[in-house]
Design a protein around this ligand. Sequence first.
Ligand code: NCD
Length: 317
Amino acid sequence: MFKKRHVLSMRDFSREEIDSVLDLASDLEPYAHGKKSNMLSGKILALLFFEPSTRTRMSFETAMKRLGGGVINLGPAEGSSISKGESLADTVRVIGGYADALVIRHPKEGSARLASEFSPVPVLNAGDGAGHHPTQTLLDLYTINKESHLEDLSIALVGDLKYGRTVHSLAYALSLYGADITLVSPPTLRMPDQIKSDLSSKNTKVRETCDLSEVIRNVDVLYMTRIQRERFPDPVEYKKVARSYRITPEYLEGVRDNLIIMHPLPRVDEISPSVDSTKHAMYFKQTFYGVTVRMALLKMLMGDESYEVAELTPKTG
Ligand code: NCD
């Protein structure tokens, strides 16, 4: 069902498909911890990052290498033919001839979809401007499923809901699970209308507010995001909203006992480091699950059919 497909937006995924990624990820978790594997031996993944990245780039690289595959990296644009004026389409055509799949992050919305039109191999969207970030969503769902619950979930998406691509993708996926979603943002950084109307057309319960203190005690998951400074046309506008929300241990008083706090990271100042040692902090574990989930995706897209999951994890008893 996955072989050779592109991973561009969560809108292209059914709940069944998402569940199959999460199930495989769970089976592959021992490999993320270092268990040896040659499942992707002989395969090559190309990384094309036109925007800064730590976790996404390095967890894709780790996932590929842990499964025995190789990675090639475009590196900074100044070091490649992009600096000579080569188009994205040509770059993708060329690198698609070297690799078995491409991971692309680009500041322009829609660029991954454009790349997919020219690529002979699967394209994974690792963030296209303020658009989408589907592989982040898959690891977010994996984290929620493992550390909280996807059924009857009550979740608050907090921060920059206008420019934050992780919350755009996550909102679409959550609507497939019937989650109760509260959108918390400054008035100028609300979730785009198009996404809100797509959610309500799927009968998803969505509320909007600027006041986090009102909702923090009534959710299972608090999904914090950074205000996306680099996407503001005017730095003055950024300054006005820069410190809109900040979670501290005191602020967490009265929250649900099993509340988990997630964040795609990097954080700026929206979660105080003193929260890290509380039982609610899940953001570092979340980054680890990025390796597990990306392993599952890479295996589904490039793996040899003969390696069935059942063979990989012999069940005992
Ligand atoms: C996010 C991104 O790039 O959209 N980071 C990530 O991939 N973990 C979030 C962000 O940059 O704020």
